[in-house]
Design a protein around this ligand. Structure first.
Ligand code: 6PG
Length: 254
């Protein structure tokens, strides 16, 4: 299995279509295999277009939402109706337009105190994945974004959360944003069967090249530490975001 694939699309609209097709295919396969599809969603702006596309009649009818369980890879520590909330963004773009059981939507409680919210979410993961002591949840799919500083989820350069190896979920104060965040930790991210990065815009071209082709030091660029032990990483990028890459054999232009 090719552990890493790079799919370059003309623009973010085509990137979202590629990612939506991947979501539908993985969901269908997981539901056939295990009667459920566990996916962790990314926040930020890039995936909004994907979630909105999945909510269209063309796509939503292809997914058996009753077997889909939506989690979040990270969340801002704000109420769920706050403009910065990743849950709010997904509710507006997707949840409000599909018929998914409320019990299948596993949001992080951004409104609660960080330590408590992280502990509660960790317990929710343990319950859902029936984890025994020391075991890790294996998501069928985790969507991730890439910040210009190389952060992914809410794992930021130099943050102590990068070194968390025991907890499944942690909370952190992101100095540069002066904001509190909740995030899945590297052990959980690297336990996924499929990781899909969604990266669009010329502003990401330099960090994309550093993470994918530079001698990336994981502590400098957290996204470079995404290396699932038994999983595949697919980078869906717009042409401008990928424009500093030296295209190799694994790249596909769509
Ligand atoms: C968040 C995300 C974060 C995001 C990157 C890229 O909560 O903001 O989890 O990691 O994916 O910052 O964001 P854009 O896609 O908006 O560039």
């Amino acid at each position: 299995m090719n552990k890493r694939e790079i799919i370059i699309s003309q623009d973010s609209a085509e990137l979202c279509r590629q990612a939506a097709d991947k979501f539908v295919g993985l969901a269908r396969h997981a539901i056939i295999q295990r009667d459920r599809f566990a996916v962790a969603l990314s926040g930020g702006s890039t995936p909004r277009g994907l979630y909105a596309l999945l909510a269209t009649p063309e796509y939503r009818g292809q997914v058996s939402w009753a077997q889909v369980h939506l989690f979040w890879g990270d969340e801002r520590c704000v109420p769920s109706d706050h403009e910065d909330s990743n849950f709010r963004m997904v509710r507006q773009a997707l949840l409000s337009r599909i018929d998914i059981p409320a019990d299948n939507v596993h949001r992080m409680a951004g409104e609660k105190e960080g330590r408590l919210a992280a502990a509660e979410y960790e317990q929710e993961l343990k319950n859902f994945f029936h984890l025994t002591k020391g075991k890790l949840p294996r998501f069928d799919l985790i969507f991730l974004g890439l910040g210009e500083d190389g952060h992914t989820a809410s794992l930021f350069p130099g943050d102590p959360a990068l070194n968390e190896t025991e907890s499944l979920v942690t909370h952190t104060h992101v100095e540069k944003l002066n904001a509190r965040r909740l995030t899945l930790t590297f052990p959980v991210l690297n336990s996924a069967a499929e990781i899909v990065f969604l990266v669009a815009g010329a502003s990401k071209m330099n960090i994309v090249a550093k993470v994918l082709e530079g001698a990336a030091d994981g502590s400098t660029f957290p996204a470079a530490r995404i290396e699932p032990r038994d999983g595949r990483v697919t980078w869906f990028m717009s042409r401008d975001a990928a424009s500093a890459l030296r295209l190799g054999e694994s790249q596909q232009l769509t």
